[in-house]
Each structure stands twice: as structure tokens, then as C-alpha cells.
Design a protein around this ligand. Sequence first.
Ligand SMILES: [Zn+2]
Length: 210
Amino acid sequence: MQCVLLTAGRALLRPAWPAAAAGLRTSTAAGLRTSTAVGVRTSTAAGLRTSAAGLRTSSETSGQSLQLRPISKDRRNPVPVETSIAYLQSEAYRATYGDQPVWRSYRRNHKGHIPPRKTRRTCVRGGEVSTGNPCPVCRDEYLVLDYRNTALLKQFVSDFNGAVLDFSRTGLCQVKHRELLAAMHKAKEYGTISFDVPFRVYDYDEYRPK
Ligand SMILES: [Zn+2]
């Protein structure tokens, strides 16, 4: 089951899938017609192609216009990290995800009511998205997991204990989850994200010879 998002006008909701995954609170929600027809999954990629003006959004921080590609399943030309960082601060991103983490509105597809223990191995095969319901990171090519992209990484950190959220919670495919772990590890090494080291009290008398 895939929702199709037919959008027109100002805020191009860049990724077809994120916005479609659940009723996102967007400013254009009223103007959006969503259909829940089955089997229209990829035809949206072509159908969503809007005018170049619609694709251009401005990022407030850099002051430059962020040129977004038309939505496609092609993943052979990865988006640079700098573009991804600018995208996370852009109006297009906010219109798509709002204040929610990128994985919040994602729902896994599975048979029956008990999900498989693991998420799928990968969403991208042969340089193309090979599934109708790619994971929250694969569905939006502008989300690049990198140690510099801290705005994205922080969305995958638990508020309670600072641990990286499990894929059963975020729905990331196994490949992207491993990328996330690596990026998070590197970010901590480079100091781009801060984290708390647990404070432990040791009784050294137990270790000293008596
Ligand atoms: Zn994926």
C-alpha cells in the first residue's frame, strides 16, 4: 500500500515517500490529494515532476537557492553531504517533515500483524530503489548519513539514554543502520556531536591486594 502525493505549487514535498508515508502536518496538507491506490508506487516519480520553479527552494542559512533534483529512484549519483546539510535547514525539508524526526511517519510493510524481527537488508539494489516502501533514509536521497550531518544524526539518538535507536524503532534497512552506526561513531570521534560518558564510581579497595 502506497500513498501517492500529488502536489502542486510552492512547497514541493521533495521525497514522494516521506510525505506519503503518513499524514504529515504540512502547510500544503489541505491542498494535497492523496490516494491510497495500490500499484501506483513508482509512477509517482514521473508524476511528481514539477516545474523547475517548484523545485527551487531557498535555504535561510546559506542564502543560496537549493536546487533539488526531480524525484526518482535513481541512486547512482549520491547527494553531497554539504547539500544534505543545507537541505535539512531548508523550507522544503520543513514542509515535508515538520518538527518530527525523519523516521517518525514511516511505517513498515509486512505480512501479518507481527513484523519480522529485522528490517530488510537493503532498499537499493543496482543503483536504484528496489522496493515500494524504502526506509526513511533510502526514500529521501537528500538524507545523507555522515558524521558532519549532525542534524540528521541527532534524530536517531534516544532522548533517554543517548543510545542509537534500534532499527525496529526507526525502520532503517540493515545497510543504512550500519551506516548510521558508523557515522555516529565517527561523529563522536571527531567531536561533531556531544554525548555523555556515564559516570561510574569504583571502590578500588576491592581490587587492591589485601
Ligand atoms: Zn534503506
